[in-house]
Design a protein around this ligand. Structure first.
Ligand code: SF4
Length: 336
């Protein structure tokens, strides 16, 4: 088993010192004790800091974390190391558990680009033109937006969810790049995109990717669908973050360019040490704002508890369950 120092020394985003790693180890001991005391489970998104991923019970992408949250049965508390909309999703799916977000600054610019009031007005306007309009919302939306949606999707299943609908006209909220990716795969639908984008993925340009490919023609390029369409077109595979993890582990290729938020390359560097992951990534300040100390304080002080009012939670849960019916079957029952 590699030591924490050995694993973290493979990470390129941060320059960890031996002293940092010693502090992380001490905090891990505190966090594990608090976790037992609170009967808590810690789940973390792939983009989180590596020292937090190492103390989490489960690490995954938005779809996996939503499924995981829905299946928590024996734990009383879900400490959600993700951003605000993800913790809300956990609460929507598992309302009898206490859901904690360790740092309230962990928001999401993409989710904020679609306020519920603006969406309600847009739906009303579009329904006059397209009476069969269905609303598909990416999981990166607030609970109030999910409540206005017919069905939710993630980056892993957007095309499958869109294809499953009987409606031809679809308002796709809020990511225009993911909407474009879904439209390419399901050309029989009229997809009307909301004009939102993730500032992290939007910064990545085709010129940057082409430069790396020219210098290293054998490299496999993995691109997240929140990237611009002209970047996605240069990819060997367009995948969600956990899709990238599986792909990189299974392929015989030894070098990959990972085009998404930098946390994913860090996770891959720790988990797949025999392969090389070149970074074509940008940092998300929202995903990096939470520290290991915040996770410790969250469990110690039971902060910050996420609540979703029932009049929003129930329709939002319905939209999430429709996604599960299309993609994964109904959320199952496992313990964690
Ligand atoms: S990477 Fe983009 S979509 Fe994900 S949390 Fe950050 S701002 Fe939101």
């Amino acid at each position: 088993m590699p030591t924490l120092l050995e694993e973290l020394s493979r990470v390129k985003t941060y320059d960890y010192t031996t002293e940092d790693v010693r502090e992380f180890e001490a905090l891990h001991v505190e966090i594990r004790a608090l976790k037992a005391q609170r009967n808590a489970v810690i789940v973390a998104h792939n983009y989180y800091r590596p020292e937090i991923l190492k103390v989490a019970d489960f690490v995954g992408d938005s779809l996996e974390l939503a499924l995981m949250a829905s299946r928590v049965k024996d734990a009383d508390v879900i400490c959600f190391c993700g951003v605000h909309f993800m913790a809300e999703t956990a609460k929507i799916l598992n309302p009898t558990r206490t859901v904690l977000l360790p740092n309230l600054l962990a928001g999401c610019q993409l989710a904020d680009s679609a306020p519920a009031e603006d969406l309600a007005a847009r739906i009303e306007e579009l329904k006059k033109q397209y009476p069969d309009l269905a609303v598909v919302s990416y999981v990166n939306t607030t609970a109030a937006v999910k409540a206005l949606s017919d069905v939710i999707c993630t980056s892993a299943n957007a095309a499958k969810v869109v294809r499953s609908l009987p409606n031809r006209n679809i308002l796709f909220v809020p990511d225009r790049n993911l909407a474009s990716h879904a439209a390419e795969q399901v050309p029989e639908k009229n997809i009307i995109p909301w004009d939102g984008f993730c500032y992290v993925h939007q910064q990545i340009t085709p010129e940057e990717i082409s430069r790396i490919r020219e210098a290293d023609p054998g490299i496999e390029i993995l691109v997240h669908p929140e990237c611009r369409p002209d970047v996605a077109r240069l990819a060997d595979a367009v995948l969600s973050t956990s899709g990238m993890v599986r792909y990189a582990k299974e392929r015989s290729a030894k070098r990959f360019l990972v085009v998404t938020e930098c946390g994913l390359s860090d996770r891959l560097a720790m988990e797949v040490p025999d392969k090389q992951f070149v970074k074509g990534c940008k940092l998300c300040t929202f995903m990096k704002v939470t520290s290991l100390e915040d996770v410790r304080d969250s469990l110690e002080k039971m902060q910050y508890e996420i609540e979703v009012p029932e009049d929003i939670r129930i329709p939002a849960e319905r939209a999430l369950h429709r996604m599960f019916e299309v993609t994964e079957g109904k959320p199952g029952k496992t313990n964690c």
